[in-house]
Design a protein around this ligand. Structure first.
Ligand SMILES: [Zn+2]
Length: 221
């Protein structure tokens, strides 16, 4: 008999946060296949230690994570590892999360919901006040294509399919925040209509994959 689902909704344009114990994992489902979800993680006991895109690229030597790649913190310690990915594997670690100022620069006059505020608000709902939210998020399902000259970036819509998911395993006790990105001006969501949509997530105790995990990259000698 199937276990009852513990899948929860991340409403379009909103964020959610939760705590993971080391060894637990979170499954993030791109329900409609079209949604970019920004992700942050913090050491549960020291909010000054957080998942770092720049330190993680040094660790993996990958522009984007592949199965078995580990995200490390600004203290260069493992915090989340990608253990499952049914999507085409197109994600982004380059682009700053959207914030209020980003929408102002895009010509929006009134307040626009944004990932940075979503992360802070979601953590506040857990009773956790963050000292700040780094702009460098792991942008799951986001499609930023490096062009053939190795320099130019091309911002494109997602290429994931409905129901595609990733599973991130916690390597330390941590808080994780997701934001179903409210971006509706720059065309990143889905194919044509660029409309933010719901995503879903589920915290897993077991039953997820454990692919070989690569340690920190070292130069060939
Ligand atoms: Zn965003």
């Amino acid at each position: 008999m199937d276990k009852p689902t513990t899948m929860r909704r991340i409403a379009a344009r909103y964020g959610i946060a939760f705590r993971l114990t080391a060894g637990q994992a979170v499954k993030l489902v791109n329900t409609h296949g079209t949604q970019v979800v920004d992700c942050w993680a913090w050491n549960a006991y020291d909010l000054g230690e957080h998942m770092s895109m720049e330190a993680s690229r040094v660790w993996t030597q990958h522009l984007n994570p592949r199965l078995g790649d580990t995200f490390v913190t600004n203290q260069r310690r493992p915090i989340l590892t990608l253990v499952e990915d049914t999507s085409p594997g197109v994600h982004d670690t380059f682009m700053a999360a959207c914030d209020r100022r980003r929408y102002e620069l895009l010509g929006v006059k009134e307040y626009h919901r944004n990932c940075r505020d979503n992360a802070a608000a979601a953590m506040q709902e857990l009773g956790v006040t963050l000292p700040g939210v780094t702009l460098a998020s792991f942008n799951i399902f986001m499609n930023i294509a490096v062009q053939s000259n190795g320099i130019d970036l091309h911002t494109q819509p997602t290429v994931s399919r409905p129901g595609d998911y990733v599973v991130l395993r916690a390597d330390m006790d941590c808080f994780v925040a997701f934001s179903a990105c409210p971006q509706d001006i720059v065309p990143i969501q889905g194919q044509a209509d660029n409309t933010p949509r719901d995503a879903h997530y589920e915290i897993l105790e077991d039953g997820f994959a454990s692919p070989p995990v690569r340690g920190p990259w070292l130069p060939a000698r």
